[in-house]
Design a protein around this ligand. Sequence first.
Ligand SMILES: [Zn+2]
Length: 243
Amino acid sequence: MFNQNLPTYIHTFETDPRWKTFQSEHYIFHYFAESEAEKDLGHIVKTQESAYQKITTTLKLDNPGKLIEYYLYPDKETMTILTGFDWYAQAILNEFRVHMIYTEKDKPLGEHEDTHLLSLPWGLSFGLFNEGLAESMVGHAWDGTPHLTYVKEGYAKGMYLALSELMDHQGWLNSPEDGRVMYWYSLVGAFATFLIQQFGIERFEKLYRNTSRENTKEQNSGIFESVYGQTIIEAERGFKETL
Ligand SMILES: [Zn+2]
């Protein structure tokens, strides 16, 4: 079992009679009749099946042997009442499920949440690399802007702590709420992409498998150095030189 801290999570959605269901090759989608999700079902299936292919091919992952279940909520209120979440999207690792708002305005489909689920054979690394890998698979920020655009802006504004401060899970949780979606997700996504492009996916997998949420900054930093032959401070310097 993966240790995911979700104190507000409730399972009211499981007994709601309104769900309609559609099964594709790797997914089961749950949605309400007459909803935006029902209207867009073909597009949703296509988008997620192509995300599945991209993630499993790029990361060389085996078929998980089970389907990913998507619950698509027609508005924030309904999602909160049925799940206890009021965030746009939430992957539930132990249930292989994704809860997602799907409205005319917000359609947060794509690779992010599925990467959290499909990468579980590698274990569960801490925020910097867990969110970094998910964002790296998306390949751009939530609004389609390149990660690097926001990263440069973030450094120019002095938004960022040193990456060495993000070498444990608490470091990620401490990143300020304000600007997290734009700047912090872009930073960890761009850094993961940098590591994967410079040193390959096999090395990143080794880092991911060996680091953990339970480790201290010192432990994770030591593992980083043993995998990459350089410290996180040196790697950060190399990353900044590419900006
Ligand atoms: Zn995430």
